[in-house]
Design a protein around this ligand. Structure first.
Ligand SMILES: [Zn+2]
Ligand SMILES: [Zn+2]
Length: 240
């Protein structure tokens, strides 16, 4: 067991799609990053203030409006850099200037990330380092963030509890998505707790058992056998 985990997380549902924006921070330095600020920036900033953290970065999983719609405004307001997604999502981010307004969504603005991310890049936050995996399929430039010491992955719309991301939107591809899940997510380990872009948390091991799209029984077992006794050993701490 790890003695303690220096990563803490607060989930902030944003936009009418109830997207799980998250604030993660290094408990040693209290430096924080906002992942996927799709909107409702006041709510995000209030929670950051309440936790006593300083937002230093914005990380993006992919360019859809419910994840990236508030990035330009937040980056401008705070003067912080934006890292991610992979450059293959540039066309989605460019569209943020032109998307038609929908009820409940704030107007969105395009932006240029300070850093596009590649597979196996790392991002840093205070004393924390997170690994980046490129997981195309839902969008071509989708990335996920993995904090190995606390066995937490922030996976955007790649996989959900009991489901997977949709692939019927522009440049989505279902087979590519399944391949990303098998080749990029499963090797991180069955005990990894994942925070999806929508809905509740789960572990990769749980999904390998009973997710109707990607369970081992559905796809065939290409990696290690799931040990049913191996629950999550250690997770990061969560605030609502
Ligand atoms: Zn999406
Ligand atoms: Zn989404």
């Amino acid at each position: 067991m790890l003695a303690s985990t220096p990563l803490q997380t607060a989930i902030v549902p944003v936009t009418p799609y109830q997207q799980n924006c998250s604030i993660i921070w290094c408990t040693k330095t209290m430096k924080a990053a906002v992942i996927d600020p799709g909107g409702n920036l006041d709510r995000i900033l209030a929670i950051a203030a309440d936790k006593g953290v300083t937002i230093e970065k914005i990380f993006i999983t992919h360019g859809h409006r419910d994840h990236a719609g508030g990035v330009a405004e937040l980056a401008e307001k705070l003067g912080v850099p934006v890292e991610g997604p992979h450059i293959d999502d540039k066309f989605w981010i460019d569209k943020l200037d032109t998307v038609e307004e929908k009820p409940g969504f704030s107007p969105t603005k395009s932006f240029t990330p300070d850093r596009w991310l590649e597979n196996h890049d790392t991002v840093t936050l205070g004393d924390l380092t997170l690994d980046v995996r490129h997981c195309p399929g839902h969008t071509p430039g989708h990335v996920i963030f993995f904090h190995e010491p606390s066995q937490l992955a922030i996976v955007g719309d790649v996989i959900f509890r009991g489901s997977v991301g949709r692939s019927d939107l522009e440049r989505g591809d279902h087979d590519t998505l399944i391949k990303s899940i098998q080749e990029q997510l499963w090797p991180l380990g069955d005990d990894v707790l994942f925070l999806p872009g929508h809905g509740r948390l789960s572990t990769f091991g749980q999904e390998r058992q009973d997710n109707p799209f990607v369970a081992d029984s559905v796809l065939g077992n290409r990696f290690a056998v799931v040990d049913p006794d191996a629950g999550p050993k250690m997770g990061p701490s969560f605030d609502a």
